[in-house]
Ligand binder design. Sequence first.
Ligand code: FAD
Length: 445
Amino acid sequence: MDILSGLPDATVIRDPGDLAPFMVDESHVRGVLPLAMVKPHGPRALRELVRRAKGEGFGLVPRGAGTGKAGGCVPTARTVVVDLSAWPGALRVSPQDLCLHAPASTPLREVKAAAEAHGLFYPPDPNSWESCALGGTLATNAGGPNACKYGMTRHWALAVDALLEDGEIHTFGISSVKANAGPALGQLLIGSEGIFGFILGATLRLTPRPREFTTLLLPVTRWESLLDLPGHLCGAGYLPSAFEFFDPAVLAELRAHGPEAARRLPGEALAILEFDERGCGSEAFLEGLLDLLGPLAEHLEVASDERQRQNIWAVRRMTSVFLKERHPHKVSEDIVVPRSRLREFFEGLDRLACPLVTYGHLGDGNLHVNLLAAGETEPAQLEAQLMALFRLALSLGGALSGEHGIGLAKREAFLALGDPAQLRALRAIKQALDPQNIFNPGKVI
Ligand SMILES: Cc1cc2nc3c(=O)[nH]c(=O)nc-3n(C[C@H](O)[C@H](O)[C@H](O)COP(=O)(O)OP(=O)(O)OC[C@H]3O[C@@H](n4cnc5c(N)ncnc54)[C@H](O)[C@@H]3O)c2cc1C
């Protein structure tokens, strides 16, 4: 019998041709053909789906917008993809409580726009913010440029509505920053990449919207001179709301093949620095900053209006897509090291003598390390290069991933290099919450 026949309140797709797009996300990994794709329209569908998954022994792979970069939403063997893009519910802003509630299907851009319409701000801003879904950002604990000042998605989630293996929806947390009645179980779901259950909605913390920005293009002639700057700025009491960079190779690619705005980018390497605190547009602020930057500021450009600011950000935001179009078989990693260890990290990278390029979130030590020639590299050699990269990040007190998560792409490295006690704890939690391993099997742990 068809395991999904008569499933209530859902759209079901079984045609292999229609299922093919669900085998991939924005990472380099490819899943297998799923048994089906189900788009639930309400709780009845999910309740029944969980019951059948447990009874028939198939897995459920939650999917948001499929922009993930770790292969988290691609199907493994004998699984059904659960596309949550039609999950119902309304977005409600509560300015008095400085929060909003939204269903997981809400595009992140709508979450940010709703906050802004009330003069408020929801900071998490993965560079995919115009295309990803709120549920995906919660499940991956997404970061983005603003994370260096505002932290990650988990720092903005007050409560999470989640469907667990009993087939019911439970809310963890309340609409207040103060909640201390026991460990924060909702936080366990954030960043869990769908292995504990489905996130169906969340209450998110908001803050008053910044009204002033200073956005700087900081071209440098010796790119290593940027490496101590994140630590320097923080040590001197300057906390940028974003500090992004392109290494010489990425900048050269952008200049040679990128859109018109990228062709004019100056420098051997380039940083984008943004501040958003009150007074950051004043001359006094800029003078203090210039003093601190010293000779580094020689070619500094300041965005003079919002249009220029948006142009700068447009180039940064298209970089990932641009590189993927130019190098479709590249492997992109997103290691992180403490910002004070960036120089040691790049010295270590030089010693690895591996062909790679870097760009990304220099301000918080989260670097997108791209192996552009991965498609032409022997699998064993590629694996050795990636393991060496991960070991380097770990040796400096960093981690395998700063924001994209583990998914399928980094699972083997995570299991090989992870702390045994932490892996044991994670397995025990998975066993307690999902004893039949129906939620996103084969991912993370
Ligand atoms: C151009 C580009 C730029 C990016 N920039 C950034 C960046 O700056 N920072 C960053 O952190 N990420 C970035 N990403 C990665 C990605 O966009 C984010 O991880 C995003 O949060 C994923 O959202 P999604 O809706 O597409 O999730 P998906 O890709 O659909 O899923 C991601 C993971 O979450 C799980 N999942 C999805 N929805 C749910 C749910 N409702 N309940 C439970 N589990 C669920 C999936 O099973 C999978 O494991 C970028 C991606 C692209 C393509």
